[in-house]
Design a protein around this ligand. Structure first.
Ligand code: SF4
Length: 357
């Protein structure tokens, strides 16, 4: 095992500086202050690759709909996807759902308490296992996500990169730095530092509580980012009135689709088939390395009739129930812009101010 780089006195100093800063500055996020393992698990899965502000509204809605692990395990998958709709990366709710069913079957509906046992569950990796075990059950185990990794690399003056030697040093140092008496707060403090101060670009070193111990005090030189691709796509919008109710025609994606299987969307149409039609709405939508330039066209009667014949994949849906359907993020965005469904605006939590002595 590689030897830790910081000295014992520096480690003690680091823990104190970090935890004092966290207590005075931590954002008041809804999943902080709970020791309910299921809630922590849901929040950790939602936060993967997703901004905090987007997670907050979905976190409340998800726990209102599935307040316990058992209620999640017993729900139909379409309900789980519908409640997740708009957060993206739909592999996550499918895995959450399947893992809840596994826990119900194999562990009587209770999440295991040790990181090493949590790690055995499908869909729970090293980081999530350590986060749940330390925050919910107080196990002294360091949680290392991308934010924490960046803080540690900069703190220790190590180059960016994931060579085995670097990762060995990183893990050994993470374990040595961990405050064993308060592992949950310590891990959350490291994540908070990475998310709000030790930012990937332009870190706020002058506000950093551990600056005096940091060997980098700034950004790493980074490899250039992958270039964004562009793609033009077209969708049709068909609506109709049924008494006082408005309905919209949607299509369900195939079960074997590589992306967003089984989810509902506006019917896509080849660009050449709408070349002579006026555009109703243009939307830009980015997914990983692709910018989609999306045009929405009002469907013509002939197009509606053809889609209505595709009864197994296409159907009219009342706008009042759109929120209960597993819509793709793009379709949700378009329907909201067209005022066909409600928008929920989450509030970004304010930072707590330091209490005066
Ligand atoms: S001093 Fe700067 S680079 Fe170092 S840990 Fe703090 S914010 Fe990150």
């Amino acid at each position: 095992m590689p030897s830790p780089i910081l000295k014992e006195t520096q480690i003690l100093q680091f823990r104190k500086l970090l935890l004092d800063w966290y207590r005075a500055n931590a954002r008041d996020l809804p999943w902080r202050g709970t020791r309910e393992a299921y809630h922590i698990w849901v929040s950790e899965i939602m936060l993967q690759q997703t901004k905090v502000v987007a997670v907050i509204a979905h976190y409340h809605a998800f726990l209102r709909r599935f307040p316990t692990l058992v209620s999640l395990a017993l729900a139909p998958e379409q309900d789980v996807l519908a409640t997740w709709s708009g957060l993206g990366y739909y592999r996550r709710p499918r895995m959450l759902h399947k893992t809840a069913q596994f826990i119900l079957r194999e562990h009587h509906g209770m999440l295991p308490q040790k990181a090493v046992e949590l790690r055995q569950l499908p869909g729970i990796g090293d980081y999530t296992a350590a986060a749940i075990a330390s925050i919910a059950f107080g196990e002294p185990v360091a949680a290392i996500d991308g934010n924490v990794e960046r803080v540690l690399l900069r703190l220790l003056g190590l180059p960016e990169g994931k060579s085995k030697a670097t990762m060995d040093i990183l893990r050994a140092q993470a374990a040595a730095l961990l405050e064993p008496r308060e592992p949950g707060d310590y891990n959350q403090a490291m994540m908070e530092l990475g998310a709000t101060v030790c930012l990937p670009r332009a870190p706020l070193c002058l506000q950093c509580p551990v600056r005096e111990l940091c060997k980098t005090q700034g950004e790493h030189a980074t490899a250039p980012r992958a270039k964004m691709r562009s793609r033009e796509v077209a969708y049709l919008l068909a609506t109709r009135k049924r008494r006082t109710m408005t309905e919209v025609l949607l299509a369900q994606r195939p079960s074997d689709a590589a992306l967003m299987a089984d989810m509902w969307e506006l019917p896509e149409v080849p660009l050449e088939q709408v070349a002579d039609q006026p555009v109703l709405l243009r939307v830009r939508h980015a997914i990983t390395n692709t910018n989609y330039y999306v045009c929405i066209y009002p469907a013509r009667l002939r197009q509606v009739q053809e889609m209505e014949k595709l009864k197994t994949t296409h159907g009219w849906v009342r706008v009042s129930v759109l929120n209960t359907l597993a819509l793709t993020g793009l379709t949700r965005k378009v329907l909201q812009r067209l005022d066909l469904m409600a928008v929920h605006m989450p509030q970004l939590p304010k930072r707590r101010t330091a209490s005066k002595a």
